[in-house]
Write a protein that binds this ligand. Structure first.
Ligand code: AMP
Ligand code: ZN
Length: 462
């Protein structure tokens, strides 16, 4: 089955054809590790994780090579070091660790490569040396600049005209710039910057700019032309435009054949920003919600469109997962058959990663499972699990899911035990009170000769 993707370069949906089906390559710009990742930062890794899973299904697990970097050299990290008095290494290793932990909790598979900028400075210098030799870069007292007029096709991805390029370029105090659209490849060290952020190079002591980091890491991990390059749509200009300029001028061939960009996430219809105080960290959210609930909420809108993050969206996602897990629980005594993912789910994902449609198909399977005869259980169980694997959902034991998080589950166990004790001592009023109290929390108590068990009938806290 063909996979169709909307390529930002052409602005249309095209059948995806890899350069080599035996080695399909994908690169996603990763986080700058100076703080916690917010929920908007989690959208690209989750969306591209679904694509990674889909590509692995189509081309084989070993055939897909996925790299997503860690930006551990950047102005923001240096600023954080100056503010907190911590070393750069301390800051970047701390937040890289937290990022990876958060992504694991969101069901994001480990990419094949996770290159760090600090480990690729030689490759960056190599690229810049080549750009300088070919007349695409020039030195200034502030470092090395890329000469935008040296590349006639500059601006092809973002389709910005010359005025817009200049207006969008970073306003840097750089008297050495020959053209206002030129951008920094190498930034000369300033006296107050820490030694940790200095590297020697033919262009003097300094550090690489953000764009050249990705150009070098993508080439080192995947090669000079890759199949798919992704990121949030804010990266189209200038970041991806500049990655293209550097890589294509240095290598003389396209950097990537398909460019994919996810839409932006807003918070209660507002832009997420520190000044509005509405920045939600994934790390905090994971203390209140299961990673799968957050993941499903992130996949509830099509990746190219906007996504508005609200408490209602999370409550709805939790209720959807409860429904899916309850259906799976009903049929879980069946041995799963050997089934591929159902065609409805697969078709939806192959159509430019239509995750809302895929989730609707999965919900329809759950509805079927709730009514099905035991003869159909093995097929349904296998299909639900296969669809869940593709979407990165339903990875838990339905029994465990029904209990909710451990702390809450233990508290409910205690309440159920207290109710049983009340019944034994014939205090039925108290037993009924506890039952109603638990019902109010969305917990149903079931009595049997063996004792009492319980299950969640809807998301806790709703
Ligand atoms: P940054 O660490 O700011 O470079 O961002 C890392 C990734 O998160 C980039 O791919 C951005 O495009 C993406 N991103 C940042 N904010 C949002 C948002 N509000 N919605 C969706 N993606 C975002
Ligand atoms: Zn990048």
């Amino acid at each position: 089955m063909d996979i169709r993707l909307t390529n930002t370069l052409s602005r249309d949906k095209q059948i995806f054809v890899p350069i080599d089906p035996g080695r399909v390559t994908m690169y996603l710009c990763g986080p700058t590790v100076y703080s916690f990742a917010h929920i908007g930062n989690a959208r690209p890794p989750v969306v591209f994780d679904v694509l990674f899973r889909l590509l692995r299904l189509k081309y084989g697990e070993e055939a897909v090579v996925y790299a997503s970097n860690i930006t551990d050299i950047d102005d923001k990290i240096i600023q954080e070091a100056a503010r907190s008095g911590r070393s750069l290494k301390d800051i970047t290793t701390t937040y890289e660790g937290i990022y990876r932990e958060d992504m694991r909790a969101l069901g994001v598979l480990e990419p094949t490569f996770r290159p760090r900028a600090t480990e690729h400075v030689d490759g960056m210098i190599g690229l810049m040396t080549r750009l300088e030799q070919l007349g695409h870069a020039y030195r200034t007292p502030n470092g090395l600049m890329f000469s935008v007029p040296s590349m006639p096709t500059y601006g092809r991805l973002s389709r910005r005209d010359r005025d817009e390029q200049v207006a969008g370029a970073r306003v840097d105090v750089d008297d050495g710039k020959r053209d206002p659209a030129d951008f920094a490849l190498w930034k000369a060290s300033k006296p107050d910057e820490p030694a940790e952020a200095r590297w020697t190079s033919p262009f003097g002591e300094g550090r690489p700019g953000w764009h050249i980091e990705c150009s070098a890491m993508a080439a080192a991990a995947l090669g000079e032309t890759i199949d798919i390059h992704g990121g949030g749509l804010d990266l189209i200009f200038p970041h991806h435009e500049n990655e293209i300029a550097q890589s294509e001028c240095a290598h003389g061939r396209p950097m990537a054949n398909v460019w994919l960009h996810n839409g932006f996430l807003s918070m209660d219809a507002q832009k997420m920003s520190k000044s509005l105080g509405n920045v939600a960290h994934v790390h905090d959210m994971l203390k209140r919600y299961d990673g799968e609930t957050i993941r499903l909420a992130l996949l509830s809108a099509h990746y190219r469109g906007p996504l508005d993050w609200t408490d209602a969206l999370l409550a709805q996602s939790q209720a959807t997962l409860d429904r899916l897990y309850n259906a799976l629980r009903r049929i879980s005594s069946a041995q799963p058959a050997d089934e591929p993912p159902p065609a409805g789910v697969l078709n939806a994902l192959c159509d430019d990663l239509n995750t809302p449609q895929a989730l609707a198909e999965l919900s329809a399977l759950a509805a079927e499972a709730n009514k099905a005869d035991p003869a159909d259980w093995p097929r349904l169980r296998a299909q639900m699990k296969a669809a869940g694997d593709l979407l990165g959902l339903l990875s838990k034991d339905p029994e465990v899911w029904a209990r909710g998080d451990e702390a809450t589950a233990r508290r409910i166990d205690e309440r159920v035990a207290a109710r049983l004790e009340a019944r034994r001592s014939k205090n039925f009023a108290e037993a009924d009170r506890i039952r109603r109290e638990l019902e109010g929390e969305g917990v149903e108590v079931m009595d049997s000769p063996q004792g009492s068990t319980w299950r969640r009938i809807r998301g806790l806290g709703q």
